[in-house]
Design a protein around this ligand. Sequence first.
Ligand code: PLP
Length: 357
Amino acid sequence: MTKVHNFSAGPGILPAEVLKQAAEACLNFDNLNLSLLEISHRSKSFEKVMDESRELVKELLGLNEHYQVLFLGGGASLQFAMVPYNLLRTDGTAGYVNTGVWANKAIKEAKMIGNTVVVASSEDKKFTYIPKGFDIPASLDYLHITSNNTIYGTQIKSFPKTTVPLVCDMSSDIFSRYVNGNDFGLIYAGAQKNMGPAGATMIAVDERLLGKTGRKMLSMLDYSVHIKGGSMYNTPPVFPIYVSMLTMKWLKNNGGIAWIEKKNNEKAATLYSEIDRNSMFKGTTEVSDRSNMNVTFVMTKPELEAEFDKLTKEANLSGLRGHRDVGGYRASLYNALPLESVNVLVEVMQAFEKKFA
Ligand SMILES: *Cc1c(COP(=O)(O)O)cnc(C)c1O
């Protein structure tokens, strides 16, 4: 099989050994001579998967005993609604930082549920930077932030310090670097960027924040109901959870967050320094807010894009086209992407400059 360098923004690259184990589990899971896809989620074999997945999240985020971990369906997009539904009091106010498309969608849902204020925004410069130093009213029920803006290629390097509970959409940089999970009231992440396949969303919530809204709660949208059910109030997305567990184990067995953070820093530094050096390309974001996960760049001579696309295709580089809102290019450097793939991209960029500059 041809080696393809997978820079897809999501669903994103997974470790080859994880894909192999996942394929095996589809045929014969846990030596049951049954597929993972055709057994009860209440079976001992799957309960082990659920328990281990929840434990691994707690371990990788360093969460204390107040946190509960859930794996639910509906994508990160359902969390845009579930977060205010569970945390925004009927007479309270939620704060949001608007850093682009995903944050905007979260704000839209919160406004349907209750009082919502946007405390900071980078819309004035097309979301090319992370707002800093803004006021956070102490009366907010929570402050919602997006740690990594997948589309624009910006990333929060230093989280706001506040007594207000932080809610963070970490969909596209979960487990990519050290964070102290206990600094957040709630963390959520769709699995398909950096954690597993599409279909499961991880939620880690400080239980002490729940049950205070004064709202009658629909069962399926109530974190407390899912917590009580051990994340199995209804049939959970068994396969995406299993593959997420394998990916977390892969991460842990290779050296955990410290190991991956070093690798991710190296990959991002390699690519950004080529973008800055190469006369044919330029970055699209504020340098200090550059994402280590999604590297966005455009060409100084956009009329040559088709030529560059030809070269990247020949080198088996996949998934490099930028989001339609930004244009240009986006190289997603998720955890499973090896440095070798970044090096191949850099070589192609250098060859392109030699040929056309
Ligand atoms: C992809 C993405 C989402 C949306 O995830 P879905 O699982 O498709 O709902 C939300 N937030 C961020 C930061 C993302 O990158």
